[in-house]
Design a protein around this ligand. Sequence first.
Ligand code: DP6
Length: 369
Amino acid sequence: MTEKDFLPSEYSSSKNKGVVRWKSPSNIALIKYWGKKQHQIPANPSISFTLDSSATDTTVSYRKLDGESAGFSQAAETHGFDLFFEGELKNDFRPKIETFFKRVEKYLPFLRGYHFKIETSNSFPHSSGIASSASGMSALALCLMSMEREFVPKMDDHFFNKKASFLARLGSGSACRSIEGPLVQWGNHSYIEGSSDLYGIPYPYRIHDVFQNFQDTILLVDEGQKQVSSTVGHDLMHGHPFAELRFGQAHTHLSDFRSVLADGNLEEFIKIVESEALTLHAMMMTSHPYFILMKPNTLEIINKIWAFREASKANVCFTLDAGANVHVLYPENEKNTVYEFIKSELLQFCENGKHLCDRTGLGAKEFKT
Ligand code: DP6
């Protein structure tokens, strides 16, 4: 599919007002997206586990503007919406939503004809270090798609999900991997049928049972403000001395992942996932300007995981986002032993012992209003 396929033809019906609501999860990349081209096109393909309980719940109430206000809206610089985060009007989130609306209005031409009240909240604590842009932008994209489906009632689920992912990507790249689950791949890859730079797809090949309900315990090492925004981070890959090699490596890792996922080869899975996490941070350490986003406790945790794995032969590994927190990944059937280890040896390195227990999930859910 190309971008043109997401431009709607005439709407067959319209509605004066309504309410739509979606709960959309966050996701954790196993093969990382780091570096992008214009229009939110990734520099390399990525794949992630969709999470289950770390999610954003968004309700959008829409009201059709009367003739005069609609005319005003067409000419206005900004779109008509109010944004409430956890019950409070949040004007500091407006610019991100406004940018999103501007990017998607070509594909959702009804946007300027309505006023929106957006009410959103996260299941995870604010500033917990979980990327809320993936869950937040995907939830909003899904709400707008539910609205569009009201105008195009014959739209099928397959197209609905693709377009939701396409729109979410325009809000935040990783958000396009939060529509479905449990494993979503985004970005062109020569061996992966149906893969696209424009949207994420559910991983189309065999996935071994060992990856079902895979556990992700998120250790909150640092709840502080992000030192580097992802926009700045992606930008640092332009002219980066190792960029081309890194992009090539992501392609190779994805090719290697096919048999790893099919055979349930946890040893190779661990090697690729940890290498990806460390490469992401190595890219930041070797860009100009350079950053170290890991904290001493991040390294303590990594070393403890390595020592425990060596001693116990447990299939536990870590991955990192663009920050200091650590995602500890392990199969469901090793849950008891690994969680005991986490409690006794790793929580001491978290801020006030804070952590979140999550696992892979099946994607976003609509609440019928
Ligand atoms: C390190 O999706 O947050 O989490 O497209 O600029 O919104 P924008 O970036 P974003 O980048 C995520 C980067 C990452 C790796 C990943 O999720 O693949």
